[in-house]
Ligand binder design. Structure first.
Ligand SMILES: Nc1ncnc2c1ncn2[C@@H]1O[C@H](COP(=O)(O)OP(=O)(O)OP(=O)(O)O)[C@@H](O)[C@H]1O
Length: 318
C-alpha cells in the first residue's frame, strides 16, 4: 500500500443472515484527496460495501483498511478521522438546527463551531428552525453539516444530493470540490450519473455485489461507442453515404455508432461538403456515463437471462 492510499478494499465479501451475499469479492483503493464514486442499480450492494468501509460491520471475507487500520476492529481510532453522511440522518425532530449541531458537537473531537459548518452547507439562515420543519433538501444539508463537524480526512457520502433542488445540488458539488482541494478524500454513492461524471476523479460501477468496471469517467465512457446523428435532406437516400458510414438509418434520420469518432466525422463532413449535402441537426458526441451505465446494466441482465436459460435447458435434458 502506498502512503497515499487512504481506503483499500481487498476481496470484500458480505453475507447477511439467511445466506444472501450482497458483496461478492470487491477490491479497489482510493488515494488521499480523491473523489471516488460507487455507482450501481438498486440493490447492487453499494450501501453494504460502504458500511464495511465505515466500520459499521466486519466483512465475511476479505480486508478493509482506512488509514492502514481496520475500520471495524480499530473503530475508536478511525471513526474520529472520518465523516459519515447516511441516507437517513434520523435526528430528534424537535431540536433546532443549531441545537442538533451542538448536541453532535458535544460528542465530536475538535468539532467546528455550529455557525461555521452551517455557512459551509448553506443552512445559516435556517439555524433556529426545528428539524421537523426543514424541507427534504435542507435535511440533506444538515446531514452533510453533521458529517463535516469533525473536519474529517475521509468523507463518506451516501446519495448526498437526493431530494435537493438543482441549486442545493450545485452548492453541494461546489462544497465537495472545495473539500477535495483541501485534501479531503471523498467516497460517494449516487444514482445521479451526472453527479459522478462531474465530481468523481474515479468511479466504479457495481452490479449484483461485484465491481463491473472501474476507472476515470473518461475511461469508463471510452469503453462505449460514440454517436453521430443527422438527418439527410429529401432526395438523398442513406445509400449515398460512404459505405463505412451507412449505419443504422431510419428513413432520412441516420445514427452512426463508432469507436473512431474523429475519423468518421471527418469522412462524413468531407463527403457532405463534396456532395453539397446539408446534414440537418448534426450532432456528434462521446457516450455519456449514463449511456455507459445503462448499457452495462442491460448487458449484464441479458447475460444473466442467458445463463438461466442455458441452465434450464440443461436441466431439462438431464
Ligand atoms: N440487513 C440485511 N439483511 C439481508 N439482506 C440485506 C440487508 N441489507 C441489505 N440487504 C440486501 O443486500 C442487497 C444490497 O443492498 P444495498 O443496500 O447494499 O444496495 P444498494 O446498492 O445500496 O442499493 P440502493 O441503491 O437501492 O440503495 C439488496 O438485495 C438488499 O436487499
Amino acid at each position: 500500500m502506498t502512503t497515499d492510499t487512504v481506503i483499500r478494499a481487498e476481496g470484500l465479501r458480505r453475507g447477511y443472515a439467511g445466506g444472501f451475499e450482497a458483496v461478492r469479492g470487491v477490491s479497489f483503493s482510493v488515494a488521499r484527496g480523491e473523489v471516488f464514486a460507487l455507482l450501481g442499480t438498486n440493490g447492487a450492494g453499494k450501501t453494504s460495501t460502504v458500511e464495511l468501509l465505515e466500520g459499521l460491520a466486519a466483512p465475511t471475507a476479505g480486508e478493509v483498511r482506512v488509514f492502514g487500520l481496520d475500520p471495524h476492529a480499530d473503530r475508536a481510532e478511525v471513526r474520529p478521522r472520518t465523516g459519515v453522511m447516511l441516507q437517513e440522518g434520523g435526528f430528534p425532530a424537535d431540536l433546532t438546527v443549531t441545537e442538533t449541531l451542538r448536541m453532535w458537537g458535544g460528542v465530536t473531537t475538535g468539532a467546528r463551531p455550529a455557525g461555521e459548518v452551517l455557512e459551509l452547507v448553506g443552512l445559516a439562515a435556517r439555524s433556529s428552525v426545528r428539524v421537523k420543519q426543514l424541507s427534504g433538501g435542507e435535511r440533506r444539508r444538515l446531514d452533510l453539516a453533521l458529517a463535516l463537524l469533525g473536519r474529517p480526512e475521509v468523507l463518506f457520502l451516501d446519495e448526498p444530493t437526493t431530494g435537493m433542488d438543482p441549486e442545493g445540488r450545485q452548492d453541494t458539488w461546489d462544497l465537495v470540490r472545495q473539500l477535495r482541494a483541501q485534501g479531503t478524500t471523498v467516497l460517494l454513492t449516487t444514482h445521479y450519473l451526472e453527479e459522478a461524471e462531474t465530481l468523481a476523479d474515479r468511479l466504479a460501477i457495481m452490479h449484483e455485489g461485484e465491481l463491473v468496471l472501474t476507472g476515470t469517467p473518461a475511461e469508463v465512457t471510452a469503453t462505449r461507442p460514440s454517436r453521430i446523428r443527422f438527418t439527410l435532406p429529401d432526395g438523398v437516400p442513406a445509400g449515398r453515404l460512404p459505405p463505412a458510414l451507412r449505419a443504422a438509418a431510419d428513413g432520412p434520420r441516420v445514427e452512426i455508432r463508432t469507436g473512431r469518432l474523429q475519423a468518421d466525422l471527418t469522412a462524413l463532413l468531407r463527403w457532405a461538403g463534396d456532395a453539397g449535402v446539408e446534414l440537418a441537426g448534426l450532432d456528434a458526441r462521446h457516450a455519456s456515463l449514463e449511456e455507459a451505465f445503462l448499457e452495462i446494466a442491460r448487458s449484464r441482465r441479458a447475460a444473466a437471462c442467458d445463463a438461466h436459460r442455458t441452465h434450464d435447458t440443461m436441466a431439462g435434458t438431464r
